[in-house]
Design a protein around this ligand. Sequence first.
Ligand code: MG
Length: 386
Amino acid sequence: MADVPFTPPDWLAREEDLLAPYAMHTRLSRGRRHPEAPHAFRTAYTRDRDRIVHSTAFRRLMYKTQVLLTQTNDYHRTRLTHTLEVAQISRTVARQLGLNEDLTEALALAHDLGHPPFGHAGEEALDECMRDHGGFDHNCHALRILEVLEYRYADFPGLNLSWEVLETQAHKCKRRDAPEVAHLVGPGQPLLEAQVVDAADSLAYDTHDVDDALNAGIITPADLMEVPFWQQAVERVLAAQQPGPEQFPSTVLRALIDWQVIDLLDHTREHLRQHRVRSVEDVRHALGPVAVPGPEVKRLKVGLEEFLRRRVYNHHRVVRMSVKGQRVLRLLFEEFCRVPRQLPERYFRRVEKAGAERTVCDYLAGMTDRFAQDEFLRLFQPSALM
Ligand code: MG
């Protein structure tokens, strides 16, 4: 066979052909805090994505609670698998809309990096512990991870990601006026790539929390029939096929995801047209987010989320896990603050500069569920190995 000459594509040039005018083009990036030479064949956002995947914080997502504690079973969502689902849905939507897929993927993979152990319960506990010391918000913490806490590179602290990735994270912080956040938040709306990840996050967790709750025996398919969103998805499925009882829930869940993705695409396109969005500047100046579900899906989602709150997030088994996780974090926080010398050396060295409370909070927030449980035993169980 004759050799076929192959010239690798110039990705920056391809962006000009492939991306919509309202997409974030790599060539327009505001760059990195610490300037770096461009890579031979990876764009800035591709490198951002790769750095996120290689970070310690990303690997820790594997053992961090989404809703159910990591030990519940071996196949429910953890923060890591949730993140992968969000990334996959976000990329599909981004591709359809002509957005920057590399940037979208980087944003999706980073979106939950700042979560502490034990899910939202853990976040509440840390926020309470830090009440007089600036509080705790997982989105702000993700920024600290990306800018300060990761320590893999000799030339800079953190991961030195592109401004747009940091800006997206800063947009989600509750405390916009905090100095480490304020300088990153520009005026107006976040980039469309960021909005897509937000919408994908919400549709992914609403759907997979149902799946996990079914698999853990917290709810049954019959319970779900009180939820109009589920009911209508069932009707859609039955109109096309008759899945057996084993495949029934996953078939309905697939229909729910598909419905929401198509609805998101339709309504986003509609908004883009209606508001004549033709550039990133137009996205930023829009009166509200452009990538959002339509009114019917929004309303149905509210009903599903109300059901999830009542029947799943407040189920006694889930509440027990949450309360136990909070107790573990609170006691660890008190104990490490009481005697900071118990912190590992790398953290103890930071106490003077960052203060004992913030340092302990950083240490705890970085933990996986099981590491927090092990640390608890090491500190409080007299016979535990150190
Ligand atoms: Mg998420």
